[in-house]
Design a protein around this ligand. Sequence first.
Ligand code: ADP
Ligand code: MG
Length: 238
Amino acid sequence: MGNIQLQGVTKSFGETTVIPSIDLEIADGEFVVFVGPSGCGKSTLLRLIAGLEDISGGKIVIDGKDASDSPPAKRGLAMVFQSYALYPHMSVYKNIAFPLKMANIESATIDKKVRDAARVLNLTDYLERRPGQLSGGQRQRVAIGRAIVREPAAFLFDEPLSNLDAALRVGMRLEISELHQRLKTTMIYVTHDQVEAMTMADKIVVLNKGNIAQVGTPLELYHHPRNLFVAGFIGSPK
Ligand code: ADP
Ligand code: MG
């Protein structure tokens, strides 16, 4: 579970082609970072995978099944939104439980899943608080908790730390990496920050104007950038 293949995926908005054609395979359990400058198509690509946008052409295959036309809820993926997407009037417990309640899961099962997620995320002592009574990092963990309880085949993150201050960002970066090591679930993480990419990724996908400039491990990209664009973004030119 958690294998995602993009086969000739394209995306246009009206006359404007944002993704000319992308082929990419994400292996089960991999931590993949999409990195590139603002406007290069990172969010669009993630939203296509999530099913929040329709592809204009090509195919998206998730765990061997053509999911190109599947609605988001059928893809088994969980998008982690920025922490401000929490419900301010609900407790942490209810925020995390929300997707399970929507799915009509019985409350004893919900309770176990919420408490398990809270334990993993060090939120056990904060379950009765409201988001407004938490730090930025704790709020981001609640947003992750809401994804964890759904036990997705993959987590999709779109610049989840961009609202946090620099010190907190470093801490959360480590927490998300630890979470990946513990859960061993596929994660796709979008950022324009090359330090996040270099420190978190198993595999980095560098995007430039909707095209893949290069795919590789952090060390491969650092030592062997294919062109000046990649070098300027990640490594040193050779
Ligand atoms: P990134 O996340 O890398 O900053 P985006 O995926 O948000 O980039 O945007 C890529 C390009 O697609 C941009 O030029 C943006 O203006 C365009 N774009 C994104 N969403 C839409 C939309 N709904 N309609 C028209 N153009 C869009
Ligand atoms: Mg974006």
